[in-house]
Ligand binder design. Structure first.
Ligand code: UGA
Length: 453
């Protein structure tokens, strides 16, 4: 099938590359011409494991452009995957979505096109995009043919850092539309993934447990709400274990074991129960805020989602409290941060806990040093003025530190020579913010081990 994707961020680019890998002909459009130029030269603007490999395999099926008149007229399916960044009220900024919808309306030529919201958009946006498209078509002078379309919602559930795996082997695909024909088109589009008939790349083999992928077709509003409810639920699962962590700490229980113990109940499930400094990234914070904002428009309060947010922000304060407790005085101390990205295997710094923690420490007169295997260049570009001293290795970070905080659980940090590192520190204190280090091993290496539970 012929597909156009508006927006080449994490979601748009991954979707485009995967659909091209499935054999569809995909045109990726972005208004950022520099980005398009780079993509045409084979340069991927984001760090995402295996994206480059799949991109190169799918290249014959891919086209990159900044021109709607090039991408839209032939497309049978048009995905909108533009950014919807949060506004101060919590409601997302829909300016890019609106521009994309109008431009699509100005350029469609086929008698039936499915326009799909892939961006995370407020409930009701499907209808809004529908009206924008209608207006744009009505304003055209070249209305030859029927110019029919239907709007659908196809929320994205991929995680950064494992975006390709999640796209090729998803837990489910959700498509929402009020027009049955649109659902049929999307079913055909996703068929190779639903039936798992494609040949997996050898670097991303199909897990043995993956069979046919459930495809859930719903009405528009349900698909839109599924996206918010899924992210809110994952966020509150993490906040729940962090709240239980507070109790665990007081009663002397091990929160890792508590998480495993409850997660083995298949009704609860083991994932997203890792306690620590909490969630970051561009999705959970934004989507929980948007859900609260949408509910507010209907006069509803969402105390559970609100509490999940509060608990998450408290986890960042707990890092400072723990350091204060251990070091007694923070002013004039040096603290090292291991990890800057909001999670491992990405260079994304949006709402990264490291930034908030670094700022809180700097505000208290702490000298902050940091390292990240991938995200340092991005950090320097966006947060260079904060005053964090960037180091080329974990070894350099710990030198002369009064404490080191593991913020992002990159694999690189698990197997460090902690004995050698302990000797380089002014005081050998480690605060494990992700519960991933081997406490006994660290203690044998001469480190004082504290965790956020
Ligand atoms: C999240 C969802 O997991 C995806 O399903 C969704 O598609 C995506 O948002 C989105 O809306 O675009 P992502 O933000 O990429 O994906 O990353 P996650 O793996 O969900 O991690 C989010 C944050 O939670 C990270 O900071 C991670 O460190 C933290 N986390 C995760 C925990 O603190 N504890 C856990 O047990 C799991």
């Amino acid at each position: 099938m012929r597909v156009a994707i508006i927006g080449t961020g994490y979601v748009g680019l991954t979707t485009g590359v995967c659909l091209a890998f499935m054999g569809h002909t995909v045109s990726c459009l972005d208004s950022d011409e520099a980005k398009i130029k780079a993509l045409r030269e084979g340069k991927i603007p984001i760090y995402e494991p295996f994206l480059e490999e799949v991109f190169h395999e799918a290249l014959p099926q891919l086209n990159f452009t900044s021109s709607y008149s090039e991408a839209i007229p032939e497309a049978e399916v048009v995905f909108i995957a533009v950014g919807t960044p949060p506004t101060p009220s919590g409601a997302p900024n829909l300016e890019y979505l609106s521009q994309a919808a109008k431009s699509i309306g100005q350029h469609i030529t086929r008698d039936f096109v499915v326009v799909v919201n892939k961006s995370t958009v407020p409930i009701g946006s499907g209808n809004w995009v529908d009206s924008l498209l209608r207006e744009a078509i009505a304003g055209r002078t070249d209305k030859s043919g029927t110019l029919g379309f239907a709007v659908a919602s196809n929320p994205e559930f991929l995680r950064e850092g494992s975006a390709l795996h999640d796209s090729l082997y998803p837990d489910r695909i959700v498509i929402g539309a009020d027009e049955p024909r649109a659902l049929e088109v999307l079913y055909s589009l996703y068929r190779p993934i639903v039936d798992q008939t494609f040949t997996p790349p050898n670097y991303l083999p199909r897990p043995e447990t993956v069979g046919a992928v459930p495809l859930l077709s719903t009405d528009l509003a349900s698909a839109e709400l599924i996206k918010y409810a899924a992210n809110a639920f994952l966020a509150l699962k993490i906040s729940f274990i962090n709240e239980i962590g507070l109790v665990a700490e007081r009663v002397g229980a091990n929160i890792g074991e508590v998480g495993r113990g409850i997660g083995l109940d298949s009704r609860i499930g083991p994932r997203f129960l890792s306690a620590g400094i909490g969630w970051g990234g561009s999705c959970f914070g934004k989507d929980t805020a948007a859900l609260i904002a949408t509910a507010g428009e209907y006069g509803l309060h969402l105390p559970i989602v609100e509490a999940a947010k509060k608990i998450n922000s408290r986890q960042r304060d707990r890092v400072v409290e723990k350091l204060l407790n251990e070091l007694k005085i923070l002013k004039g101390r040096t603290v090292g941060l291991l990890g800057l990205a909001f999670k491992p295997n990405t260079d994304d710094l949006r709402e990264a806990p490291a930034i908030e923690i670094a700022q809180k420490l700097i505000d208290r007169g702490v000298r902050v040093k940091a390292h990240d295997p991938i995200a340092m260049e991005k950090f320097e570009q966006s947060y260079g003025k904060m005053g964090v001293v960037l180091c080329q290795s974990a070894e350099q970070v710990v030198e002369d530190c009064d404490a080191v905080v593991l913020v992002t659980e990159w694999n690189d940090y698990r197997d460090l020579d902690w004995e050698a590192l302990a000797k380089k520190m002014r005081s050998a204190l480690i605060l494990d913010g992700r519960h991933t280090l081997d406490k006994d091993k660290l203690m044998r290496a001469g480190m004082r081990y504290v965790s956020i539970s």
